[in-house]
Design a protein around this ligand. Structure first.
Ligand code: SF4
Length: 335
């Protein structure tokens, strides 16, 4: 049984978990909203240490990360649990499952995962993904620290729902993040994720200030988060608070889990793409076949730098330092 980090005890034997913005108060035997952290006789324990539910090697582009070691693979792991409850979750079988009720775990140590990553072909490191990685914080931290000591990279794909202090402790070991910004309205967050918008914005700002590479994904859901003026507010906020070179992925929604609205029309995606391109240098469409809007262009001369056709990636015009071969400008791509 592994003791969790970031909690405090109160006098009446309740515990306060301080890992994420819920700050759950837990009586003995009670498990938090994330479904994995439990008050066990006055000690907060994590039910998912050394327990992996999904493991595989993916192209880095699948995370999605388009500006971080293109054409490389990354060993990807996930567990169970999530601290949000999105009604459109694509991985609800593992994200919305209690650790105590899941039967498909593989017991794997951090050392074994790191060894596996070192053996995997064309692999740059480890991605913590599939379910919400912050809910397996302790295992993530230990694995990431060990991976770094062996020269591997660490990538976190997350909903961004974490408190400031635990994120700060993790930052030195994480090389790249893809954070979901699910909408730019607190009402949307409340209704469709059960969370709040502000903690996600705080996380994005904290990461943007750190040396870690940051990309953002927004799943565009028709009628729920595709309002043009709300979207423009989001783009303005990203450009102002995070920087106009932060890549934004606009993903096409398909009916999932509890949401059965029809798939996002292609016209909606292209319209939002055009709006985003007015303020941001690197915008991409995901979950659709659109080579033009999956290509990385030089922000200075507009030369196509990296072309993508699904997961076939071609580096067309980047030098080994990540500069545009056409005009020599830095391309905001880590090679
Ligand atoms: S990590 Fe889990 S137990 Fe801790 S505050 Fe968040 S939801 Fe609650």
């Amino acid at each position: 049984m592994q003791e969790a980090l970031f909690y405090s005890k109160s006098t009446n034997e309740q515990l306060k978990c301080e890992l994420c913005p819920w700050n759950c108060i837990l009586t003995d035997g009670q498990t938090g909203i994330c479904k994995v952290r439990t008050n066990h006789g006055g000690t907060l324990i994590t039910g998912v240490y050394n327990k992996v539910a999904a493991l595989g090697s993916d192209p880095i582009e699948k995370k999605p990360l388009y500006h971080f070691h293109p054409r490389k693979n990354i060993l990807s792991i996930g567990e169970v649990g999530c601290n949000l409850q999105c009604s459109f979750c694509q991985n609800h079988r593992i994200s919305q499952c209690k650790a105590s009720e899941f039967s498909g775990f593989h017991n794997i140590s951090a050392k074994k995962i790191v060894t596996e990553a070192q053996k995997t072909w064309n692999n740059i490191g480890i991605a913590y993904t599939y379910n919400e990685p912050f809910t397996f914080y302790e295992f993530l931290l230990d694995t990431a620290e060990l991976a770094h000591s062996k020269g591997l990279k660490n990538v976190v794909v997350s909903n961004g729902y974490i408190n400031k202090e635990p994120l700060q402790k993790l930052l030195p070991f994480i090389d790249a993040f893809n954070i979901d910004l699910k909408a730019f309205s607190n009402d949307f967050y409340k209704k469709y994720t059960k969370g709040k918008l502000q903690p996600v914005l705080d996380t994005l700002k904290q990461i943007a200030k750190s040396p870690a590479h940051l990309e953002i994904t927004t799943l565009v859901i028709p009628g729920l988060n595709d309002n043009n003026s709300e979207f423009e507010n989001m783009i303005n906020w990203i450009a102002t608070e995070l920087g106009e070179s932060v890549p934004l992925h606009l993903s096409r929604y398909y009916p999932q889990y509890k949401l059965n609205a029809p798939a996002t029309p292609i016209e909606t995606l292209t319209e939002l793409y055009d709006l985003a391109k007015q303020k941001l240098q690197h915008v991409y469409l995901g979950n659709v076949s659109d080579q033009k809007r999956s290509t990385t262009y030089c922000a200075n001369c507009n030369a196509p730098l990296i072309s993508r056709n699904h997961y076939n990636t071609e580096i067309a015009a980047l030098d080994i330092e990540g500069n545009c071969k056409n005009c020599g400008s830095p391309a905001a791509v880590i090679i």
